[in-house]
Design a protein around this ligand. Structure first.
Ligand SMILES: Cc1cc2nc3c(=O)[nH]c(=O)nc-3n(C[C@H](O)[C@H](O)[C@H](O)COP(=O)(O)OP(=O)(O)OC[C@H]3O[C@@H](n4cnc5c(N)ncnc54)[C@H](O)[C@@H]3O)c2cc1C
Length: 383
């Protein structure tokens, strides 16, 4: 227990860990090879109430709060980070749809989402760049009773597996910057959409790829939020995913540390357990300390969100610190396993999996700029 997790949340985490150990962990390495998210497993997760439990009951959720989503997310990620994208994408897109979609979209799609019957992607990045997100150029024109989309989104998680995506496009002028962007909900089976899949270093079960739009017509009621306000209104959701990503990668760091503590306590060199050497145990103790601290920061960000309090700076801290720390932890754990750590196996896969989050959802540089803006003021930290 800790100040953020009461007995109910701890019990929920234990419940999720039992399910994840039995049903998700066994296929961890196989999914890395097949590169397919298991839809049966996704539906099972939905049936267990593990997908977006924070959504209101009217949308298929349980109104449990964001900390509850966080503890489940951790346990799924501990078993398989790539599969835990199901939780991440559901919580991020679920929040966006529940707050900004018309009832005709929110009702059916959120029910499908929480039941584990639909996977939703988020499409912001374009070939010309992702960090300067407000400068996006995907063309969206309002013609009659539809928005017509032309262009490309790239590096989109689950691009070729998603059933629908939240897509950000330009309805205003380029000079309007963030104030000329509109968000649309786009089912992936609409005519004019084609998709590709990249050969990713890690996170291979969820994968990434491009979405190509050629005169794709989206009904007006698929708009999320107001026209030209997509960036300002809908982007608020990213504070949530940043805190969740922190927990997601730290869960991988935690399981890597747990396994490595066991390993160094039983393997011997020079007639002693490896852990008897401070060159082995102190780096692990150092990293373990930081993982405990970083996890508390992520839980605090979710707690602030549940309180309705500002948490953008804290979320950005989670997003730059945790992925870097998790990478350092898994790297160290891999080395502590000697030559065995270098074989294709869980530790090597974890290293590939966590690395992606030093880029995805915004790099450390962009996160530090967000923190600086909150501390020094936006005027003092121009883009
Ligand atoms: C695993 C993974 C999953 C992803 N999933 C998605 C997804 O689902 N949806 C989606 O829309 N996108 C997704 N992305 C894309 C991701 O959000 C972008 O890659 C990211 O925002 C960076 O954009 P970029 O790659 O174009 O790099 P660039 O913007 O070209 O930046 C390149 C480098 O320059 C640095 N840089 C840029 N500007 C500055 C600055 N002002 N100050 C200091 N440094 C700067 C960056 O930090 C980076 O190191 C994913 C990427 C990865 C790797």
């Amino acid at each position: 227990m800790n100040p953020y997790l009461d007995a109910d949340l701890v019990a929920l985490g234990e419940h999720a860990r039992r399910f994840a150990s039995e049903r998700i962990a066994p296929g961890f390495q196989q999914r890395d090879q097949t590169r397919v998210l298991d839809r049966t497993l996704m539906r099972e997760m939905g049936a267990m109430g593990f997908i977006a439990p924070e959504l209101p009951e009217a949308f298929g959720g349980q109104g449990l709060g964001c900390l509850a989503a966080g503890v489940i997310h951790e346990e799924v990620a501990r078993a398989d980070l790539s599969l835990s994208y199901i939780n991440l994408l559901a919580s991020l897109n679920g929040q966006i749809l529940s707050q900004h979609a018309s009832p005709e979209i929110a009702q059916p799609w959120l029910q499908r989402l929480t039941r584990g019957e639909a996977l939703l992607a988020i499409a912001l990045t374009e070939p010309r760049g992702g960090s300067d997100a407000a400068n996006l150029r995907l063309r969206v024109e309002r013609i009659g009773d539809a928005y017509v989309i032309n262009g490309e989104k790239t590096s989109i998680s689950a691009a070729d597996q998603a059933d629908a995506a939240v897509v950000f496009g330009r309805t205003g002028t380029v000079d309007a910057g963030a104030h000329g962007v509109t968000a649309l909900f786009v089912p992936m089976d609409l005519p004019g959409i084609t998709r590709s899949r990249f050969d990713c270093h890690g996170q291979r079960a969820i994968g990434r790829g491009s979405l190509f739009f050629e005169n794709v017509r989206v009904p007006l009621n698929h708009r999320l939020g107001d026209e030209n306000k997509g960036f300002v209104q809908v982007m608020q959701g990213f504070d949530y995913s940043r805190a969740l990503i922190g927990l997601q990668v730290l869960a991988v760091a935690r399981v890597a540390l747990d396994e490595t503590w066991d390993y160094v306590a039983q393997r011997e060199a020079f007639g002693k357990p490896l852990s008897a050497f401070q060159g082995v145990s102190h780096p692990l103790a150092d990293l373990d300390t930081q993982v405990v601290a970083a996890r508390l920061l992520c839980l605090q960000a979710l707690w602030l969100k549940d309180q309705g309090a500002p948490h953008s700076a804290e979320a950005a801290m989670c997003k730059w610190w945790a992925p870097k720390l998790a990478y350092d932890v898994v790297h160290q754990c891999l080395l502590m396993h000697g030559h065995g750590g270098y074989d294709r196996g869980p530790m090597e896969q974890r290293l590939r999996d966590v690395l992606g989050f030093q880029i995805g959802d915004g790099t450390a540089q962009i996160m530090k700029t967000i923190i600086a803006r909150h501390r020094a003021g936006r005027h003092a930290v121009p883009a």
